[in-house]
Design a protein around this ligand. Structure first.
Ligand code: HPA
Length: 272
């Protein structure tokens, strides 16, 4: 079965559970999924129930779709995502984005946990992604192009629409949050940076590094879904060997950031 048929089947299943006009897609990264609790009149669907959806194996990723209302707008919120390092294909990874498109969603917010490379960043900072580097060396659009989604050769210079960046900047100002802005570099993972790799990433102009988001934003841009991507800086990539980062530290910082993350997301969604 091709991806077009699969996405239509998944969308049809979701519509059978929730028939309201969905407006905004949310992909919630490591430790940030709790934001779903804020959704009003929620309808929850486990990923395994949805035709052709894949289920995350990572701790801290619930694997549940939550449909409901925030500030009067109907949202499609993914509590947990799958990752390339789990062994899924790029197409499996971005499948939910294609389903969002099929459901008529035109705007999407992608969030993640990331390591800080910019020397001014501290754990707990939030960063608006204003450009990206794809160091996954794979792409969800490899293979036959679905012309009903978008062109064969989509530009990536418009992958971070300025109007949504401004919405996020204004939202941060509104809640007195000093928000960062920068380039996100995606690696496959599951390993964190070696010291030399961290230095290299910093040298070539990346401000943050993580193991997700770029495939989803490529698929969204191709399909004409505008995305806003935000990183939660959970650690600072060290310049000297010796300190070893753990997944638990990453999740702990994401947990600490939850209240301000919630305020920011609320403010952004209210302005969309
Ligand atoms: N590197 C890569 N991915 C990450 C990191 C990191 O330091 N922190 C959270 N995700």
């Amino acid at each position: 079965m091709d991806w077009t048929t699969k996405r239509k089947e998944a969308a049809e299943y979701i519509r059978s559970k929730f028939d309201k006009k969905l407006e905004i897609g949310l992909i919630l990264g490591s430790g940030l999924g709790e934001y779903c609790e804020r959704i009003e009149e929620p309808v929850k669907i486990k990923y395994e129930e949805i035709p052709h959806f894949s289920v995350s194996t990572v701790k801290g990723h619930a694997g549940e779709l939550v449909l409901g209302k925030i500030d009067g707008k109907y949202v499609f919120a993914m509590n947990g995502r799958i990752h390339y390092y789990e062994g899924y294909s790029m197409q499996e990874l971005v499948f939910p984005v294609w389903v969002m498109k099929e459901l008529g969603i035109e705007k999407m917010i992608i969030t993640n946990a990331a390591g800080g490379l910019n020397p001014t960043f501290k754990p707990g900072d939030l960063m608006i992604i204003n450009d990206h580097l794809n160091f996954m060396w794979d792409n969800p659009l490899i293979g036959p192009n679905d012309e009903s989604l978008g062109p064969r050769f989509p530009a990536m210079t418009n992958a971070h629409p300025q109007e949504l960046i401004e919405v996020a900047e204004n939202a941060a100002e509104e809640i007195d949050l000093h928000i960062m802005k920068g380039v996100y570099l995606a690696i496959t993972g599951p390993v964190y940076e070696s010291t030399a790799m961290g230095k290299f990433q910093r040298l070539i102009g990346a401000d943050a590094v993580g193991m997700s988001t770029v495939p989803e934003l490529i698929a969204a841009t191709h399909a004409g879904v505008k995305n806003l991507a935000i990183s939660c800086i959970t650690d600072v990539v060290e310049d000297t060997p010796g300190k070893s980062l753990t997944h638990e530290e990453v999740v702990a910082v994401a947990n600490r950031v939850k209240p301000i993350f919630k305020k920011l997301m609320d403010q952004i969604i209210a302005s969309l």
